[in-house]
Structure formats: structure tokens, C-alpha cells
Design a protein around this ligand. Structure first.
Ligand SMILES: Nc1ncnc2c1ncn2[C@@H]1O[C@H](COP(=O)(O)OP(=O)(O)OP(=O)(O)O)[C@@H](O)[C@H]1O
Ligand SMILES: [Mg+2]
Length: 464
């Protein structure tokens, strides 16, 4: 069987190098005919040079007298390239040429199919050496096909990651097909490996065809879904606990308030051991208030409430939210600047929910900023289908390792008693139920930008 091998590098069209030794005009005719068929034709002057050349196919055009002599010479050289001896005396289409044509066609079709597969595919021999590879493999390994063919797969993919099995080695050894996930040192993340052993006509194992699939995106998606379902569980749990605690807490608060009133009585104050009672009771009252705040945040977080949407003006909403936090900003000497896009389309959203989300962002910005700092509140379009509300501060910033945690419930870097870690979790829930997203950019020591991106779709555009 002819064994064609691609000689070109990664990304180039796969061309076969054909060496031609022709007698006179006939050889030139064959060569030009082949040249139009996607192969590189190289002329040779002598049979020796042709047989030693690195070509995928050697064609010799000879007349009947020469043919027998050349055939004998070739028979003595078993390691020569695949060889076709065309015995001809005319330039018209010859049965041999048609044979070569159909071989070339088959080869090209097979390679095009192989290369059209986006996932990396390799055919290995029994020892694990790559016999064939597609462009997909060349791409992930960032090496030309020429370097991949003939190399052991272990050298190309690297060693399996710690604790990771090597499905290719297992299939080569037990002759069974398998699909398993594995990590290899030279490939990014997790790969799904399908190793399918193949046999020759007698059933003797010849090696395996290996298909790799990058499953990192799928894995990440699964992890996000698991995270989302964990959040939902926490939400339910939190709601249950919060309801249970709310009732006793309300009666404790009521009793504490009445005791506080009584404790001020001058007669009681005259008794030495009652002196500290008003102070103690005040602490109890304050702590109960803090518990109630945490519980209402928990309830808010766990509430599975569909947004009650109506057409709203984001600029008006931004102004209202800025008003609400303006006083606290002034107290801390942080300036708040509004940049509102006057041409912003109205959107359909739940006014109250969005205001709550925006206030959570503004409070976080305020907490992160030192006296004399700045917070910007901006509205603008984000492409044709979305609008964006951005809160930017020049505060402490968020370290990169915390960026994917800030939306998790109860994640807080604030001292105990100052943050519940629910602000952004609630914000995330609100924005997701509006089919929007939150974007975050942050640099430690420089500041943070958090943007709520909300779809315009379905909203009335233009001012109403
Ligand atoms: N603008 C910001 N600058 C720096 N860090 C921020 C900013 N916004 C959020 N963070 C970080 O994200 C964490 C989580 O924020 P989140 O609003 O969810 O909770 P919190 O503010 O700590 O508590 P609360 O429930 O009172 O809002 C914060 O503790 C803080 O570390
Ligand atoms: Mg917060």
C-alpha cells in the first residue's frame, strides 16, 4: 500500500511531494498534469537521485524497453519511496495516471476530513509512536505536523498529571477502547481522551486512534451550576433559620425596651448593683438591632421573588440612590459624582430591587474609600441591547484572589459586626433575575469598578 506522508508545516495546505523522472515530453506532460492537482512536483534527472529523495511518491515514466530495466533496479532498493512505474508511449490519459489520480484524490479527501475535525486526533502504533496526526493536534501542541509524526505520544503530551491515569497507555496495553478524563503536563486543563485500539486484517493489535477533547469550559460550567445550587440550598436554609430566630428575637427586643425604660427609674439607680443596668440594656438593644439587620439581609437573600417589572428611568433611579447615600458620603468626606447619559433608553425592571442593588454597590464603594476619596456613579449604553450602571471608586481595590469570591454569600473582608457578606450576593441575585450581569474590574490600591449590565430588550426605548 502506498504510504503518503504530509511534509508541510502546521496551517499550510497539505501537499504531497511527488518526484518525477520522465522521458522527454511525456514526463513533462505527466508532471504538469499532476501539478494542477494540489501536489508539489519535483523533476529528477536520474533514477538514483529520485529513489534517495524525501518524496511521498516517486513516478517514473518509461517506454516499454526501459521499463523492465528500471523495474529491476527499483526491486533492489526496498527502502525507496513509494514507487509508480508508468509504461507509456503517448500523452493521452493512461490507465496508470488514472490510478495515481484516484489514489491522490482518496488521500486528499481523507486528510481533509481528518484535518476538518477540530479536536486533536492522532493515530498511534503499538509502541505509542504517532503515525498520523491532524492539524487540531498540531494546533494544541503548537508544533508542525512534521515534528509530531514519529514522536512518542508521551513526549508530545507530557506526563499525566498527579493522580491522573493515562487512558492511552491502558488502551494500548489491554486493547480495550475507553473514554476518560485526564490531565497531561503539556496540555491545558482537563482533556477527555477517547482511545480506540485498531487491529490489522488478522486481528493483530496495531495501535490506537486517540481523540482529545478540551473539556475545561464544560467543567467550569458544571462547577458554576453546582455553586448555584449550593447557593440555593444556603438560601433555603438561611430563610428557615431566619424565620425561626425572628420571632424570639422580636420578643427579646420588646422586653429589652421595656426594661430599659424601667431601668432609668431614680429609685433603682440608687441601688448600687443596678447602676450599670441602663448601659447593659442599651448594649443588648443595639446587638438585637444588629441581629435583626443580619436576618433581614438573609431573608432578602433567600427570597425567591420574581422582579415586579415596570418601565423605569435608570437615571432617576441613580439620582434617588445617590440621594440616599449622599449624607453618609459627606460625613466621611467622600465626593460622589454623577455622570448620567441623557439619551439612555428606559428599561423594564423592578425599581425597588435595582435601587437596593445600587445602594449595596455605593455602600461598598464608600467602605472601600478613605476620607477625601471619590466615587463615580455612571449610566451609559452598553451596545445596542443593554444599559450599564457603574459605581467606580478610588479605594483600596480587591485582590485578584478574592475576585471570584465577592459574590458568594457571607464572604466579607470587613471586621466582625461590620459586614454580613450578603450585599453583593443579593445584588447578584437581583441582576441575574433581570437577565443582566455584573462586571467587576479592580486593582489593589487604585480602586474598583462594578457595573450592572441590564438588557434593554422588551423595554420601551426613548423617553416617555
Ligand atoms: N468597591 C469595593 N472595593 C473593595 N472591596 C470591595 C468592594 N465591593 C466589595 N468588596 C469586597 O467584597 C466583599 C463582599 O462584599 P459584600 O457587599 O457582599 O459584603 P460586605 O460589604 O462585606 O457586607 P454587607 O453584607 O454589609 O454588604 C467585601 O467585604 C469587600 O472585601
Ligand atoms: Mg456590602
Amino acid at each position: 500500500m502506498l504510504d503518503f506522508q504530509r511534509m508541510s508545516g502546521e496551517g499550510e495546505p497539505q501537499r504531497l511531494r511527488v518526484g518525477v523522472l520522465g522521458s522527454g515530453a511525456e514526463g513533462a506532460y505527466w508532471a504538469s498534469d499532476l501539478g494542477g492537482r494540489g501536489v508539489d512536483v519535483i523533476f529528477f534527472q536520474s533514477l538514483d537521485a529520485l529513489l534517495e529523495a524525501q518524496v511521498g511518491l516517486a513516478i517514473v515514466v518509461a517506454n516499454p524497453t526501459e521499463a523492465a530495466r528500471l523495474a529491476a533496479q527499483v526491486a533492489d532498493r526496498p527502502t525507496s519511496p513509494p514507487f509508480a512505474l508508468l509504461v507509456s508511449s503517448g500523452t493521452q490519459a493512461h490507465p496508470h495516471l488514472r490510478l495515481v489520480e484516484s489514489l491522490l484524490k482518496g488521500k486528499n479527501e481523507w486528510e481533509r476530513t481528518f484535518d476538518a475535525i477540530v479536536d486533536p486526533v492522532a493515530m498511534l502504533d503499538r509502541t505509542g509512536t504517532v503515525v498520523r496526526a491532524n492539524l487540531g493536534l498540531a494546533r494544541v501542541l503548537q508544533r508542525p505536523i512534521g515534528e509530531i509524526i514519529g514522536a512518542p505520544y508521551g513526549d508530545l503530551l507530557g506526563r499525566p498529571g498527579q493522580g491522573s491515569i493515562d487512558p492511552i497507555a491502558e488502551s494500548l496495553s489491554d486493547g480495550r477502547a475507553r473514554t476518560e478524563e485526564a490531565r497531561f503536563a503539556r496540555l491545558p486543563g482537563v482533556q477527555q481522551v477517547t482511545a480506540s485500539p485498531y487491529n490489522d486484517a488478522d486481528g493483530t493489535p496495531q495501535g490506537a486512534v486517540v481523540i482529545l477533547k478540551d473539556v475545561n469550559d464544560i467543567k467550569e460550567q458544571q462547577e458554576r451550576m453546582q455553586q448555584a445550587s449550593r447557593l440555593a440550598d444556603i438560601g433555603q436554609l438561611a430563610a428557615g433559620v431566619a424565620h425561626e430566630i425572628n420571632t424570639p428575637l422580636a420578643s427579646i427586643a420588646l422586653r429589652a425596651e421595656s426594661l430599659l425604660k424601667v431601668a432609668g427609674d431614680p429609685q433603682l439607680q440608687a441601688v448600687e448593683s443596678f447602676k450599670n443596668f441602663p448601659r447593659y440594656l442599651k448594649t443588648i438593644d443595639e446587638e438585637i438591632f444588629r441581629c435583626k439587620k443580619i436576618i433581614s439581609a438573609l431573608l432578602e437573600f433567600s427570597r425567591v421573588r420574581r422582579p415586579e417589572t415596570r418601565v423605569i428611568d435608570l437615571n432617576a433611579l441613580a439620582e434617588k440612590a445617590a440621594d440616599l447615600v449622599g449624607h453618609q458620603m459627606k460625613l466621611k468626606q467622600v465626593s460622589l459624582a454623577l455622570q448620567l447619559d441623557g439619551g439612555l433608553p428606559h428599561i423594564r425592571a423592578d425599581d425597588g430591587q435595582l435601587r437596593q442593588a445600587l445602594i449595596a454597590l455605593l455602600m461598598n464603594a464608600l467602605d472601600a474609600t478613605r476620607a477625601g476619596g471619590h466615587v463615580d456613579l455612571q449610566t451609559r449604553r452598553d451596545g445596542a441591547d443593554a444599559v450599564m450602571l457603574t459605581v467606580a471608586d478610588d479605594g483600596m481595590g480587591i485582590p485578584p484572589e478574592n475576585l471570584d469570591k465577592i459574590f458568594s454569600p457571607f464572604f466579607t473582608t470587613k471586621p466582625v459586626g461590620q459586614g454580613t457578606g450578603l450585599g453583593l450576593a443579593i445584588c447578584h441575585g437581583i441582576v441575574t433575575s433581570h437577565r443582566g450581569e455584573i462586571r467587576v474590574e479592580s486593582k489593589v490600591g487604585q480602586g474598583t469598578r462594578l457595573s450592572l449590565v441590564l438588557p434593554v430588550a422588551g423595554a420601551q426605548t426613548g423617553r416617555s
